[in-house]
Each structure stands twice: as C-alpha cells, then as structure tokens.
Ligand binder design. Structure first.
Ligand code: SF4
Ligand code: SF4
Length: 138
C-alpha cells in the first residue's frame, strides 16, 4: 500500500484514501457503537467545531487515528477482502498522534519495523511471559 520511503504526509493520504474508498468513513459517520455523528472521536479535545458546535473535522491530523480500525470496520473490510491489505500495510508502521504518541514532521520518512521482533526480546527477559507460555502449553 505504501511506496518505499513514504513520508508521514504521504502515508496519511494513502490511509485516508483507503478508508474513504472502502466506505469506512461512511460507517463512522453513522457509527453503530457511538451514535451522535462523532463516532469514537467523541470526547477528543482535538475535534474542530463550527459555531453551532458541530464537528467539522480533526484538529490533529495523524497516523494513529487513521490506522485505528474497530471490530465493525474490521468486519466491513474483511467482507470486501481488503482487511489483510490494511493489516499488512500497518504492520510495523510507527504510530504518531493522538492515540499514543507525538506528531511527527510531515516530511519524516517512515521506518517500518517488525513489532514481533521486539516481542521476542521481551519474552527473553520477562519471567512473567515465560510462566504464561508454560501455562498455555499445559
Ligand atoms: S472506528 Fe468504529 S467505533 Fe470508531 S467511529 Fe468508526 S465505526 Fe465507530
Ligand atoms: S485526534 Fe483522533 S480521536 Fe481526536 S478528533 Fe482527531 S481523529 Fe478523532
């Protein structure tokens, strides 16, 4: 989905176009979980509003919110055969923005890493994880 050496800005455009094209934004606009039009953005301080108080958009364009897909969107994408495409694209992508970390510069080149490699390091140093794995194997 992303071309090599994508910038943060390019990745946002690709993800946003994907969500638009697959109808995810249409579902969010009538969210079955959080009714009221603001979906799961409801309560976020980054929401832009007009004079009537209606949400007009996001005041903090970022990758983290664009890469968030709830169970409803997951199932919607799965039925179109597009879920794997998104999952593979997001695998290892550094998040930035509201859902967890700071915004990056628009022109920063994204470095994709393997999150499971980090999990293996954690498993090697965490006795809790080893106990849990042993319990699972019983
Ligand atoms: S991502 Fe899911 S929970 Fe959030 S607004 Fe969209 S449909 Fe609703
Ligand atoms: S930062 Fe995320 S949760 Fe907040 S308004 Fe923007 S898209 Fe919604």
């Amino acid at each position: 989905m992303f071309k090599p050496n994508s910038t943060v800005k390019e990745a946002r455009e690709v993800l946003s176009n994907f969500l638009q094209e697959t109808g995810c934004y249409d579902i969010c606009a009538q969210c079955p979980i959080y009714p009221g039009g603001e979906g799961c953005c409801h309560g976020c301080q980054k929401i832009n509003r007009n004079e009537e108080g209606q949400m007009t958009g996001c005041g903090s364009p970022n990758l983290s919110c664009l890469s968030y897909t709830c169970g409803v969107l997951n199932e919607h994408l799965r039925r179109q055969g597009r879920l794997e495409e998104l999952t593979e694209a997001l695998y290892g992508m550094p998040r930035e923005g509201y859902r967890g970390c700071q915004l990056r510069q628009e022109d920063e080149i994204l470095q994709f890493t393997d999150p499971l490699a980090e999990a293996e390091i954690l498993a090697s140093i965490s006795s809790d994880l080893r106990v849990s794995e042993e319990s699972d194997n019983e």
